[in-house]
Ligand binder design. Structure first.
Ligand code: PMP
Length: 406
């Protein structure tokens, strides 16, 4: 991977923050955007902007072709079987809520179980809490090992014949744990349950083949993979999507409308009520092209190497807790002993280094870790060993600074 060339594609990275060259280590929250994506959106608005699926005029046809072309691009990228299995949403949260509300409410009843884990992001927890309350189903949690992994033995123990839905992150946004989705799907299917994958931290960083994983639904966000905010995807197996009712009603999603009743368009449009996220889809297609040229396998390997390089150095610092398993995705969640993570992040920011501090939208996981908050450094294609060195030195400064205070 030519990281120097990649960095040059990201204009935002080329700036000073608080008098230091920026080191951006918050890509798990949102990634930066390359010129190729910014230009694609710019060009769309300059040349092709129109509403889609309606007009007979040339610009409208171009916009429709770009929007539907983006869907085809997503289909290839995640290796879906049919293009109509790709629903554009606002992001992962909206995608999971669509499954929970539409599929969940129609298929769950008292006595049924929804199985998730304690490592879930709030976006893959609260929709299930809500659907459990509405239907009388119960939520069950696959126990985590001490290092924050899920074992198949525990998966087998937790999923039963009463389980109807298993909802799990592909990659934890806090621990970096990579969950064995294919194996979990096998256990779920054997018990007659479906599998919903929160892929927010999966698709941006690794090759995802939804057919090979055999998941029933897979949700992800464009903004964590070089695309703009406001666009995401719900992949769903056609067999389920066809049975599901829309949850948003209005323009674009209808076939025929009368005073007291209406019918819906076929897939995927019945789930895309209102003017869709056209420029977002154009940006997402450009992001997919960009990442595909680099290669998702290379991205994964590079991020893991960078993470290992960082962990080697962090482990030499006295008084640091690093959370999560050895084999992990490209992020490191940690705390300096006796230093609040917000203070750590503030000292790093004064050095031009951006890390995240807080509960990372995973309060039950913070409880499991027995902390109220943590700091997190997350890596992407544009980060370098030099970024890691700056980060480690910044942490040493934070330790010295607060060491003097305490
Ligand atoms: N799940 C995980 C694992 C995430 O990291 C995130 C984003 N932090 C989400 C879900 C929610 O994504 P979005 O805010 O884009 O809907």
């Amino acid at each position: 991977m030519d990281v120097k060339a990649i960095r040059a594609d990201f204009p935002l990275l080329n700036q000073e923050v608080n008098g230091h060259p920026l080191v951006y280590l918050d890509s798990s929250a949102t990634s930066q955007k390359p010129t190729q994506v910014i230009d694609a959106i710019n060009q769309y608005y300059r040349l092709n902007n129109s509403n889609v699926h309606r007009g007979v005029h040339t610009i409208g046809t171009r916009a429709t072709e770009q929007y539907e072309g983006a869907r085809e691009r997503v289909k290839q990228f995640i290796h879906a079987q049919y293009v109509e299995e790709v629903i554009f949403t606002r992001g992962t949260t909206t995608a999971i809520n669509l499954v929970a509300t539409s599929y969940g409410r129609a298929n769950l009843t008292e006595g049924d179980e929804i199985v998730i884990t304690q490592m879930e992001h709030h976006s893959n927890l609260i929709p299930w809490q809500q659907v459990a309350k509405a239907t009388g189903a119960t939520l069950k949690f696959i126990p985590l090992e001490d290092d924050g992994t899920v074992t198949l033995a525990n998966v087998e123990k937790t999923i039963t014949q009463a389980t109807k839905i298993v909802a799990i992150a592909h990659v934890s946004n806090v621990l970096g744990t990579i969950n064995p989705i294919k194996e979990i799907a096998e256990v779920a299917h054997r018990n007659g349950a479906i599998v919903v994958v929160d892929g927010a931290q999966g698709v941006p960083h690794m090759k995802v083949d939804v057919q090979a994983l055999d998941c029933d639904f897979y949700a992800f966000s464009g903004h964590k993979m070089c695309a703009p905010t406001g666009i995401g995807v719900l992949y769903g197996k056609k067999v389920w999507l066809e049975q599901m009712e829309p949850i948003e009603f209005g323009g674009e999603m209808i076939d025929f409308v009368d005073l007291y009743d209406s019918t819906w368009k076929e897939l995927p449009w019945k789930f895309e009520g209102g003017t869709p996220i056209i420029s977002g889809a154009v940006g997402l297609a450009a992001a997919i092209d960009y990442l595909t040229v680099i290669g998702l396998d290379q991205i994964m390997t590079y991020e893991q190497q960078l993470t290992a390089y960082a962990i080697d150095q962090l482990e030499q610092i006295d008084g640091i807790d690093i959370y999560g398993p050895k084999k992990r995705a490209g992020l490191i969640t940690f705390n300096l002993t006796d230093v609040h993570p917000h203070d750590t992040a503030t000292v790093l920011d004064s050095e031009g280094i951006a890390v995240r501090a807080g509960h990372h939208c995973a309060q039950p996981l913070m409880k499991w870790l027995n902390v109220t908050a943590t700091a997190r450094a997350s890596f992407y294609i544009y980060n370098t060993e030099d970024d890691v060195d700056r980060f480690v030195n910044g942490l040493k400064k934070a330790k010295e600074f607060f060491g003097d205070v305490f």
